[in-house]
Every structure is written in structure tokens, then in C-alpha cells.
Design a protein around this ligand. Structure first.
Ligand SMILES: Nc1ncnc2c1ncn2[C@@H]1O[C@H](COP(=O)(O)OP(=O)(O)O)[C@@H](O)[C@H]1O
Ligand SMILES: [Mg+2]
Length: 246
């Protein structure tokens, strides 16, 4: 599938009823362009995962609508691939068979080998998850997320559980493989430097129930130099939003 756009219109989301009602997302309007890398950044509990789940059709909005390529999302959407914080691989299946699950019959054996090769796992196809490192398991999850030819790849803090160096390598790998397959990328993180390295736009969510605080455009060509002085003012701006004054 070619990259898909995502349109979020007047979305509200709450959980529970009556006195137990919790408003999580309010007045969300967002156009995610086809082929864009969009990062959702915000404090814990503000509704980042909830928003991602609404796009994937894993949950539905209380009000408003979500469209992928102009078609309303209703139910788990096959146009979206998902990568979670933990790899969530089936422990009894080989890495290759875990990726095949994401492909839902759309990929040949050879293509699955190629996908595993693209995330640096040639030679590990027949290993099972407990025989490989956390980083390798998460690379398998990335391949699985891309295996169904998604128009949109959704990633929920996908590198948060990895060590710092592996995280940096994974960020570049994500850009490489998502770029090659041509999926729109929507990634949740609370890591400002990760957002600055990856995003075309950063959507900053305010505290729970308050909606979008600001959308920051990152106009820097890729590959990005992490220490590029042009990124410093954006970093300062984002840090101060979270109450940190460098
Ligand atoms: N299924 C649910 N039922 C009730 N409350 C939920 C549910 N899912 C999320 N929430 C609540 O919504 C808020 C936002 O959660 P979440 O989207 O996971 O935040 P984030 O990913 O930004 O940390 C939290 O207060 C959480 O407890
Ligand atoms: Mg979350």
C-alpha cells in the first residue's frame, strides 16, 4: 500500500460514566499527511496511546471521526500496522513466523526473509524470541508491523524499553525501513530528542483532557545530525513546555 493520510475531526474521547467519567482527549483536529513522520509528544497519561488506538481502530472515539485515506475507521483497520513498547511476539514461534502473522498472507516466504534482512536479522529467522536480545525482538516487531503493507505505521513508545545506544540505532532503522516501504509514520514518545530526530511535525498534547497544545514543524533535512545547532531552539522550546528550563 502507498502511504495513507489520516484525518482526525472533532474527536473527543472519554472513559467511564457519570461521576467516574474521565475525559481524555478533547477537540482533536489533525490532518496527518501521507508519507509524513508525525510524532505525538506529551506527559504521561495525556492520551497519546488512546489517540494512537483510535487511529488503528483498536478503540473508537466518543465523538467525532477518524479517517484513513478519507475512509472512516471502524474496527481494527488493516491499513494500519502497530508496534508496541514491548515486542509482544508469540514466544513459541520463530521470528520469521512472528513476522508472517503481521503479513496476513500478503507476503511470500522470500519477502519475509527480505523484511527480516532489512531490520538486520538475517540468520536469525528460525530463532525464537527468548533466544534473541530485546533490541532484536523489537526489530522483529517492527518488521511485523510493516509486513501487512500498512499505509500507516503506528508506534507507541517503541524504543522506550531499549538501552540508549540501541534506541538511537532503532530510530535510524525506523526511518530507513518505513521510508523504503513508504508508510506514513505516527510515533508516540516522551523523548524530546527522539521527536526532534524523527519528526516532520511534533504534536504536543497538553495534560489529560485538554487536547493539542501546539504543533511544531521540524524543517530539517534528513539524515539529521543530532547535534545540529538548528535543532537547539526547538529543543529549548519543547523542554520549557514541560517545565524544564535548560
Ligand atoms: N480503557 C480505558 N478505560 C479507562 N481509562 C482509560 C482506558 N484507557 C486509558 N484510560 C485512561 O486515559 C488516560 C490516558 O491514557 P493513555 O492514552 O494511555 O495515556 P498516555 O499514553 O499519554 O500515557 C489515563 O488516565 C488512563 O488511565
Ligand atoms: Mg501510552
Amino acid at each position: 500500500m502507498s502511504p495513507a493520510s489520516v484525518t482526525i475531526t472533532e474527536v473527543n474521547k472519554h472513559f467511564g460514566k457519570g461521576v467516574k467519567r474521565v475525559d481524555v482527549l478533547r477537540d482533536i483536529n489533525l490532518n496527518i499527511h501521507a508519507g509524513e513522520v508525525l510524532v505525538l509528544l506529551g506527559p504521561s497519561g495525556c492520551g497519546k496511546s488512546t489517540l494512537l488506538r483510535l487511529i488503528a481502530g483498536l478503540d473508537s472515539p466518543s465523538e467525532g471521526q477518524v479517517e484513513v485515506d478519507g475512509q472512516q475507521v471502524s474496527g481494527v483497520d488493516p491499513r494500519c500496522g502497530f508496534v508496541f513498547q514491548e515486542p509482544r511476539l508469540l514466544p513459541w514461534l520463530s521470528l520469521k513466523d512472528n513476522v508472517a502473522i503481521g503479513a496476513r498472507g500478503k507476503r511470500s516466504e522470500r519477502e519475509i526473509h527480505e523484511l527480516l534482512a532489512s531490520v538486520g536479522l538475517t540468520g536469525f529467522e528460525k530463532h525464537i524470541p527468548r533466544q534473541v536480545s530485546g533490541g532484536m525482538a523489537q526489530r522483529t516487531a517492527l518488521a511485523r508491523g510493516l509486513a501487512g503493507h500498512p499505509g500507516v505505521l503506528l508506534l507507541d513508545e517503541p524504543f522506550a524499553a531499549l538501552d540508549a545506544l540501541t534506541r538511537l540505532l532503532m530510530q535510524d532503522l525506523l526511518l530507513e525501513v518505513a521510508g523504503a516501504t513508504g508508510a506514513t509514520v505516527v510515533l508516540v514518545t516522551h523523548d524530546i530528542d527522539e521527536a526532534l530526530h524523527l519528526a516532520d511535525r511534533i504534536v504536543v498534547l497538553a495534560e489529560r483532557g485538554r487536547g493539542i497544545d501546539e504543533i511544531v514543524k521540524v524543517n530539517h533535512p534528513r539524515p539529521r545530525d543530532r547535534s545540529h545547532p538548528g535543532l537547539a531552539p526547538l529543543r529549548t522550546e519543547l523542554l520549557s513546555k514541560f517545565g524544564i528550563h535548560p
